[in-house]
Design a protein around this ligand. Structure first.
Ligand code: GLN
Length: 489
């Protein structure tokens, strides 16, 4: 790749916008640099489909608009899109054999907002099958490698988004987070990843995993870029009954504002022995940085946190089993070649179309919803969910501005050493999934590297619709962490 092109990849959103309006470079040059970069880093397997032709068409349209002085807020910005967002006329697979050839007839609300603000899609990105997983290794297109160390995995489920932003094959990326799928890969790949409050962004056109937990999120190289992209995709959509009418403030306004006198809670239930030593010691640094910025660090207790994992793995599979019932081989998706009767058609199509992790979730979900077990598992888990949500709310209304923890108990795992037993993998989400159980918002920010140069992310959690506060704190951490450059970037 020529040096001039490489320089373009290093620019943040604001510099890109300045450069485009000053005519230092064109949107076509910018987008083509990103496409070349995506090809050059194809070994990461971050993309399922590269949208070269449509991206170049969109870039030329951006150039025409810029020439006419009609640039939109994100004109010409190259983005990656998780292959879980329906994109009209463009293959959308959920990394599943079930949807291998699925071409949606409509566009998801979030990607529509991004595109109509001028963003250009570089392509559809790799992930765990139907977003079920924590390592981007359950999908039919193979695992996503980590740009910091290609022997390691990118994390998941939105691994392609995190890897591409770190490796500079997308300027920002759109993912989804049901239990940590934006934050955990952000932590593994050393990028910023936000999971906004449930309802902040529309779920319309996002292939459903667990509807009351799913939410779109953003990957970026800085808190500033992350805030700007979240701005674009937030807001009410009448097509999603759970999307919120809450006002969308200017998120970036809080960046750089003092956090002096604010209160940071450390949930004592999370101060366990289960953390990788470098993660535990990084946590101490983060507390120190925030103290130095004038915050008060207080120990808090959220007693029901210990039930969050169990609660999640009852409710999420329950919703998943119901959502995935639609893939029956009749209307769309994979259909088996030979069958005898309609029951056989359902069974064989589903057996062939779904991978192991998805089947496991469907079986668990069907079990907890079945007659005789519904009250014991599903109903009880709903009650526990309400309890957890209340304890989070009480903590915030008791005067805590944000909660602080590591994003993941570990740094990225090696591909040949990734946990094979599902429960161990589920445990990797123990710090992220309570946020989705409670419906609050959280961000992962790079907060240092291990002795093996693997990024360590920290998580900040705030009350519903307080994303601005997340960015305010995140920018303080960002300054202190002074992350080294990703070796592949
Ligand atoms: N790893 C978690 C799961 O498998 C979270 C995935 C997600 O957020 N999509 O459910």
């Amino acid at each position: 790749m020529v040096d001039g092109m490489r320089e373009l990849l290093k620019l943040g959103l604001e510099e890109v916008q300045k450069g485009l309006s000053n005519k230092d470079f064109s949107a076509s040059e910018l987008v083509s640099a990103y496409i070349s970069r995506a090809k050059e880093t194809a070994h990461l397997n971050a993309y399922i489909t590269l949208s070269e032709e449509s991206a170049m068409d969109a870039a030329r349209e951006s150039d025409r608009r810029i020439a006419k002085g009609e640039a939109r807020s994100m004109e010409g910005v190259p983005i990656g899109i998780k292959d879980l967002f329906c994109t009209k006329g463009e293959r959308t697979t959920a990394a599943s054999r079930m949807l291998y050839n699925f071409v949606p007839q409509y566009e998801s609300h979030v990607t529509e907002l991004a595109k109509s603000a001028g963003c250009v899609s570089v392509g559809k990105q790799n992930m765990d099958e139907f977003a079920m997983g924590s390592a981007s290794n359950t999908g039919v297109f193979g695992e996503v490698r980590n740009p910091w160390d290609t022997e390691c995995l990118a994390g998941g489920s939105s691994g392609g988004g995190a890897a591409s932003v770190a490796a500079m094959s997308a300027l920002v990326a759109l993912g989804t987070d049901t239990g940590g799928s934006v934050r955990q890969p952000s932590s593994f790949c050393g990028v910023v990843g936000v999971r906004p409050t449930y309802g902040r962004c529309s779920r319309f056109g996002i292939i459903a995993y667990a509807s009351s937990f799913d939410q779109a999120g953003v990957f970026a190289r800085s808190t500033e870029d992350c805030a700007k992209m979240l701005q674009v995709i937030s807001g009410h959509d009448p097509r999603d009954a759970t999307s919120s009418k809450e006002k969308v403030p200017l998120f970036s306004e809080k960046i750089g504002k003092s956090i002096k006198g604010m209160r940071v809670g450390i949930p004592k239930e999370w101060e366990t022995d289960g953390l990788e030593p470098c993660v535990a010691s990084a946590w101490e640094n983060w507390k120190r940085w925030l103290r130095e910025a004038g915050c008060e660090i207080v120990s808090v207790s959220i007693p029901s946190l210990k039930y969050a994992m169990a609660c999640y793995y009852v409710l999420v599979p329950a919703e998943a089993s119901s959502n995935l019932a639609r893939y029956d081989g009749i209307r769309y998706g994979h259909r088996t070649d030979s069958f005898i009767d309609v029951q056989g058609l359902y069974k064989k199509s589903r057996a062939e179309g779904f991978g192991w992790e998805v089947k496991r979730r469907i079986i668990i979900g069907t079990y907890v919803l079945s007659h005789g077990y519904y009250d014991a598992y599903y109903k009880k888990a709903q009650k526990v969910r309400a309890m957890i949500a209340k304890e989070f709310m009480d903590t915030f209304s008791g005067g805590i501005d944000v909660l602080l923890s590591p994003t993941s108990p570990t740094t990225a795992f090696r591909s040949d050493d990734a946990p094979t037993d599902p429960v161990t993998l589920y445990l990797n989400d123990m710090l992220t999934l309570p946020i989705n159980v409670a419906g609050v918002c959280a961000i992962s920010v790079p907060g240092g590297v291990s002795e093996h140069m693997r990024p360590i992310g920290l998580q900040l959690i705030a009350a519903p619709f307080q994303e601005g506060k997340l960015f305010q704190f995140a920018s303080v951490i960002e300054k202190n962490a002074a992350m080294p450059r990703c070796p592949l970037a």
